[in-house]
Design a protein around this ligand. Structure first.
Ligand SMILES: NC(=O)c1ccc[n+]([C@@H]2O[C@H](COP(=O)([O-])OP(=O)(O)OC[C@H]3O[C@@H](n4cnc5c(N)ncnc54)[C@H](OP(=O)(O)O)[C@@H]3O)[C@@H](O)[C@H]2O)c1
Length: 249
């Protein structure tokens, strides 16, 4: 049986771990030629081993315009064009508003908002008609959660950007949608936190999720596949929430 992305060229930013890594495996299994990025040399190296025969792993900082341009020039050179772009790279950092942690705010917006903005602009000339962009937002863009002002606002900005990009890209035959995950067991929560803090955060989150568990990276990747493939051919400017009912129930 033919895969849903047979013959397509897919770029996944932040594909060295978590949701992006799961998407790389799934998109490859569905027939795509996959390129993933990451910014950290150690995780890039690890992903090269994990994704051998599955994807090209490129070190490319999503927030650096020269590196982003070089990435899409390389895709054009190596593959002739682009069909699917999963803008997944992102960081999650929390701090209460009263702490006024300006450095955290700037870092979160640089990677989570400016990064996808750069990629959208640099990728459009490389896109073939019939292409699809999927932005990875977050259910935090519709829920007030203490400490997440910068992160949640960055994901609300991204939700808005999906609409503008969808409006601009329609004439080029490229659809733009977003997948909005709830808390997902990707390892992102553990970054920079002690095991005790992680366990307390996960417990508190699970208590708020009607399905009483975290999401799995593969479950978010499947929603991204839907938006990246012809299965969603009449959708653009939309956002699909995959959060175990956390924001709706
Ligand atoms: N897990 C959740 O609960 C959850 C919920 C809602 C939304 N999300 C969103 O899902 C996306 C993926 O997160 P995840 O949960 O899978 O976490 P993750 O495992 O930490 O993955 C993040 C990915 O982004 C990459 N990345 C970070 N900064 C980058 C940069 N400057 N340039 C290029 N790549 C960069 C990381 O690679 P390097 O380390 O190599 O840079 C990694 O591959 C994020 O946008 C996150 O906000 C996650």
């Amino acid at each position: 049986m033919k895969g849903k992305l047979e013959g397509k060229v897919a770029v996944i930013t932040g594909g060295t771990s978590g949701i992006g890594l799961a998407a790389a495996r799934l998109f490859h299994a569905e027939g795509a030629r996959v390129v993933v990025t990451g910014s950290n040399p150690a995780t890039v190296e690890k992903a090269r081993a994990e994704l051998r025969d599955i994807a090209d792993v490129v070190q490319s900082d999503a927030s650096d315009i020269a590196q982003v341009r070089a990435l899409f020039e390389k895709v054009k050179q190596n593959f002739g064009g682009l069909d699917v772009l999963f803008l997944n790279a992102g960081i999650s950092k929390t701090s209460p508003l009263a702490a006024l942690d300006e450095a955290l705010f700037d870092e979160v917006f640089r990677i989570n908002v400016k990064g996808p903005w750069l990629a959208l602009g640099a990728a459009l000339p490389v896109f073939r008609r019939g292409g699809a962009v999927v932005l990875n937002t977050s259910m935090t863009n519709r829920k007030g959660m203490p400490g997440s002002s910068a992160y949640s606002a960055s994901k609300a900005a991204l939700r808005s950007m999906a609409r503008t990009a969808a409006a601009e890209f329609a004439e080029y035959g490229v659809r733009v949608n977003a997948v909005s995950p709830g808390p997902t067991d990707s390892g992102i929560i553990a970054k920079g936190r002690t095991p005790e803090a992680v366990s307390a955060i996960e417990k508190a989150l699970i208590a708020q999720i009607p399905l009483r568990r975290l999401g799995r990276p593969e479950e978010i990747a499947r929603a991204a596949l839907f938006l990246a493939s012809e299965d969603s051919s009449f959708m653009t400017g939309e956002e699909i929430v995959v959060d175990g009912g956390m924001t709706s129930l």
